[in-house]
Write a protein that binds this ligand. Structure first.
Ligand code: 6PG
Length: 469
């Protein structure tokens, strides 16, 4: 009998997805250029529905038609190489899916190239790490609708099941799925950094231990701030090093790495002219953290202010941090959604933001309770210009803003950097300001470069120039 689904690339994610698909009763053909990897998987998990080979010809021949092949190889040149090797082996109507974190414009190019050959290409965001891939990821496929229809039974079988339903939907054509996954990761960067800033303010400012922080986060996670990343954080804080007995987090070097999706999110935001300062600040925070030696040297030359808290700060810092975290997180998701909305318009993707909130409710790294009201907001008003003015969030943000300001104020006074808390607050304050000082910017531009400006009192005059001397 023929195999119903093929997975090429038996790294951690590929193997986990292949086993997940086989668990759901599909016969899975697996390929890897090191076939011994497949033997290892069999030795460990021994799945009767799965069979592997190191020959691409044999792999393709094992599959029923139209073939469904999931590529789980490193994003970049490896995807193009695999596609080129597969092309002569495929038949019209076959579907190849790229499940890596690929650049969406590569996906657009690849989709077009396959379409011209009579083949289907789907770029699919996969979130949830190894655990998600094995037991229920959030899936963000983009590409031709008829190809999605062929994949749907398999994707729906393996996706996470949340209160909002199955965490998969057809995101849109060509690069839409990979774009949405990229923005998911951008939001992930900002949310992680907000948690790191919260940890820093409460640890250094208030002197809380890792365990006390974990207790606080456990309480928060029972309320509106509930999220997978908060839960992960409290688990991390609880972990003790086996050798020293110290909190393991204290032994981790404070230099953050990255693989590029956060950077892409910021690059695209600049191209589209859509501000995402929370994500940009999180990216900068990682880059600054990497300058460890310079920071150590600078710390000897640039002393910090004294770490003394007022009685009011001592009594309130934890509750301020809670509200600030929630509010800044809302602003971060709002920026991400706005970016997807702009790209969807630019590329004619017709992405449903309510659907994105629905499929992010389970399985993925940024799953969080706030996605439920967020989805509701975009269901009621699909073209909502900004989440922060929605009926669901405007009153909450207004209520939480004073605590958010206190948190940023205290941290700033103590010299504890809170780049995402403060840039999110500046975004919030800018967006809710009817008046901004860019009248001065325009006047400056006209004064030194005759760049012209518009008059408030004479809009019909259009762009005018003045002599400012
Ligand atoms: C997920 C994650 C996953 C990953 C990225 C980003 O959704 O499962 O977003 O894709 O964590 O690789 O990681 P970096 O922090 O290394 O850029």
């Amino acid at each position: 009998a023929k195999f119903q689904f093929g997975v090429a690339g038996m790294g951690v994610m590929g193997a986990s997805l292949a086993l997940n698909i086989a668990d759901r009763g599909f016969k899975v053909a697996a390929w890897d250029r090191h076939p011994e990897k497949i033997d290892e998987i069999h030795a460990k998990h021994g799945h009767p529905e799965m069979k592997g080979t190191g020959s691409l010809e044999e792999f393709v021949g094992m599959l029923e038609r139209p073939r469904r092949i999931l590529l789980m190889v490193t994003a970049g040149a490896a995807v193009d190489q695999m596609m080129d090797r597969l092309t002569p082996l495929l038949s019209p109507g076959d579907v190849v899916i790229d499940g890596g974190n690929s650049w969406f414009q590569d996906t657009q190019r690849r989709e077009k190239a396959y379409r011209e050959k009579g083949l289907h290409f789907i770029g699919m965001g996969v979130s949830g790490g190894e655990e998600g891939a094995r037991h229920g990821p959030s899936l963000m496929p983009g590409g031709p609708a008829e190809a999605y229809a062929l994949l749907r039974p398999v994707l729906e079988a393996i996706a996470a099941r949340a209160e909002s339903g199955l965490c998969v939907t057809h995101v849109g054509p060509d690069g839409a799925g990979h774009f949405v996954k990229m923005v998911h990761n951008g939001i992930e960067y900002a949310d992680m950094q907000l948690l790191a800033e919260t940890y820093d303010v409460l640890r250094r400012g208030l002197g809380l231990s890792a365990d006390a922080l974990a207790d606080t986060f456990t309480k928060w996670n029972e309320g509106i701030a509930e999220s997978f990343l908060l839960e992960t954080t409290l688990k991390v804080l609880r972990k003790k090093d086996a050798e020293t007995g110290k909190p393991l987090v204290d032994l981790v070097l404070d230099k953050a790495g990255q693989k590029g999706t956060g950077k892409w999110t910021v690059q695209v935001s600049l191209d589209l002219g859509i501000p995402v300062p929370s994500i940009a600040s999180a990216l900068d925070a990682r880059n600054l953290s990497a300058m460890k030696d310079e920071r150590v040297a600078a710390s000897a030359k640039l002393p910090a202010p004294p770490l003394t808290l007022t009685a009011e700060e001592k009594a309130n810092l934890i509750s301020w941090a809670h509200d600030a975290l929630y509010a800044a997180r809302v602003v971060t998701y709002a920026q991400g959604m706005r970016l997807i909305q702009a790209a969807s318009k630019e590329y004619h993707w017709n992405v449903s933001l309510a659907e994105m909130a629905r499929i992010w409710r389970g399985g993925c790294i940024i799953r969080a309770k706030l996605l439920t009201p967020l989805r509701e907001a975009f269901t009621q008003q699909p073209d909502l210009p900004n989440l922060i003015v929605s009926e669901a969030f405007a009153p909450v943000l207004t209520k939480m803003a004073p605590a958010w300001r206190q948190l940023v104020g205290t941290a700033t006074r103590l010299g504890i950097p809170v780049p995402v808390f403060s840039s999110s607050l500046a975004y919030f304050d800018s967006y809710r300001s009817a008046e901004l000082p860019q009248n001065l910017t325009q006047a400056q531009r006209d004064a030194f470069g005759a760049h012209t400006y518009q008059r408030r009192d004479k809009p019909e005059a259009g762009f005018v120039h003045s002599d400012w001397s």
